[in-house]
Design a binder for this molecule. Structure first.
Ligand code: GRF
Length: 207
């Protein structure tokens, strides 16, 4: 069964672009069905359209309800495209909202996120700045499943980047971003090709 792919974004969408490009050029067996943004101004929306992928906006600004009520609006959009926990992969690609535990439970082991550090180091915001300030020699990025914690889900792919003496948050972020694109594509490919088996916290890679 070909999985349906939904990508959630909030901004420029460079990770989304890397995934859509790889699906097209490398023939990754997954069907990109919809890109959803919580911001109408997200630059990634235009890119998604260029790739012929449907886009939807579920505006979060000014939304008065609870987190779960907002997420139900996302689920409503997903159902419109017949995206269910059984047939889907949801990629968070710079989606700047925390999902409700209800949503995460419903889509258990179906949601991926990319984080710009080698987890479990530097979870949360400003991961690149945290890495520079801590004085570590290397940082990088992590693609992981989303669980109820902040950046705590099972790790699928990590890529490292050496930190240079004169690195700033900007220069390091740029080099990490290039690795993010590779790592996210690798992870989506592994899942699309059913080469991953998850048991509890353990991720097994099948040959
Ligand atoms: C990336 O650095 C990602 O690690 C973080 O948000 C940023 C999104 O960038 N979660 P983009 O929108 O994919 O270009």
């Amino acid at each position: 069964m070909l999985l349906k792919l939904a990508i959630l974004i909030s901004g420029r969408g460079s990770n989304m672009r890397a995934i859509l490009n790889a699906v097209k050029k490398q023939g990754i067996p997954i069907n990109p069905v919809v890109v959803i943004s919580n911001k109408p101004t997200a630059g990634g929306l235009r890119i998604a359209k260029k790739y012929g992928v449907k886009t939807e906006i579920v505006e979060s600004k000014g939304f008065q309800g609870t987190r779960w009520e907002y997420d139900q609006k996302i689920i409503h959009v997903l159902s419109k495209y017949d995206i269910t926990p059984k047939n889907s992969l949801i990629c968070l690609a710079g989606f700047m909202r925390i999902l409700s535990p209800e949503f995460i439970k419903k889509f258990k082991n179906r949601i991926l996120n990319i984080h710009p550090s080698i987890l479990p180091a530097f979870p949360g915001l400003d991961a690149q700045r945290q890495a520079i300030e801590s004085g570590v020699s290397h940082s990088g990025c992590t693609v992981h499943f989303v669980d109820e914690g902040v950046d705590t889900g099972q790790i699928i792919v990590q890529e490292t980047v050496k930190i240079k003496n004169d690195d700033t948050e900007e220069t390091l972020s740029k080099r990490i971003l290039a690795k993010e694109h590779k790592a996210y594509v690798k992870a989506v490919k592994l899942i699309a090709e059913k080469k991953i088996n998850v048991t509890g916290r353990k991720v097994k890679f099948l040959a």
